[in-house]
Design a protein around this ligand. Structure first.
Ligand code: SAM
Length: 290
């Protein structure tokens, strides 16, 4: 029986055997900590009736564990050089498909229909490339895929921002977007020594449990998120000052009255508003035609 891929010995052997060289530009830091993998797999809540989508399988350390935990696994990898390596190391598993491509350019709805039709649920599970963490998470959420969970390794700061509560510097438009769709839960903090090569930042595993319905009811999501973005445009400014982008300078007085009327003092800063308060502000702006 071969050793698990997620050990430094086997990872180094695979890299040597295939003459693989790391590309920093693709965020290639391979996980070699089996205990962290246990925590990721547990958080993903998989069984043989469920599927898993992995973004960036690398040399397959997490993919191997997913193959054992889920009924079906599809892994999308951008680096063509890794495809033959993955085919080699994952040969013992007949429930894994590897797709060569950029996840940001992949039609995930089509992939879902093709690979996961009929399964009891699907989780996205990944050790994400840090240079594109936010775009990947936003794509997974905005594509409105029928997924149960997103369990991802990200830079610790990003995990903290996604799980932040109102009132601090970590709370921002990413927090609001993630919490609109999901309930976040920090799973564990992971030191750089758990990867080859070791990144010089700490990482964290976060679980985003998809809500059955968004946290607040808004008619036009795009517009809601534009209001949120505008509210955070300059963090030191008050909400009223940031939102003049919507009202126009000439309606500034009216804007302040409208914020007060929906229970949000115009002098507050965006980082103090709950999702419900953002929804109330959005609705008030919409009603006033701003
Ligand atoms: N899952 C492996 C592990 O845990 O050891 C590798 C994780 S490594 C942090 C990120 C992986 O994502 C790399 O294999 C990289 O080539 C791949 N990747 C980077 N950008 C990508 C993209 N846009 N689409 C798909 N894969 C990507």
């Amino acid at each position: 029986m071969e050793k698990a891929i997620a050990t430094s010995g086997r990872t180094r052997d695979i890299i040597r055997k295939h003459g693989f060289t790391f590309k920093k530009s693709l965020g290639q830091n391979f996980l070699i900590n089996a205990r962290v993998l246990d925590q990721i797999i547990e958080a993903a809540d998989l069984d043989e009736t469920k599927g898993a989508l992995e973004v960036g399988p690398g040399i397959g350390s997490l993919t191997e564990r997913l193959a054992k935990a889920a009924g079906k696994v599809t892994a999308v990898e951008i680096d063509r050089r890794l495809i033959p390596i993955l085919q080699d190391v994952l040969d013992p598993y007949d429930n894994v498909s590897v797709v060569h491509g950029d996840v940001l350019k992949t039609d995930l709805r089509a992939l879902w229909e093709e690979r996961f039709a009929g399964l009891a649920g699907v989780s996205v599970v990944a050790n994400l490339p840090y240079y594109v963490t936010t775009p990947i998470i936003m794509k997974l959420l905005e594509d409105r895929l029928p997924l149960d969970n997103i369990v991802v390794m990200v830079q610790k700061e990003v995990a903290v921002r996604m799980a932040a509560k109102p009132g601090g510097k970590d709370y921002g438009s990413l927090t609001v977007a993630v919490q609109y769709y999901c309930e976040p839960e920090l799973v564990c903090i992971v030191p750089g020594s758990s990867f080859i090569p070791a990144p010089n930042v700490e990482s964290a595993v976060i679980r985003l449990k998809r809500r059955r319905a968004p946290a607040v009811d808004v008619r036009d999501e795009d517009r809601f998120f534009r209001v949120v973005q505008a509210s955070f445009a300059q963090r030191r400014k008050t909400l009223a000052n940031n939102l003049t982008a919507f009202s126009g300078k000439e309606r500034k007085g009216e804007l302040a009255e409208l914020l007060t009327a929906c229970g949000v003092q115009p002098e507050r800063r965006a980082e103090t508003l709950s999702l419900q308060e953002f929804a109330a502000v959005y609705e008030a702006l919409e009603k006033a035609g701003m």
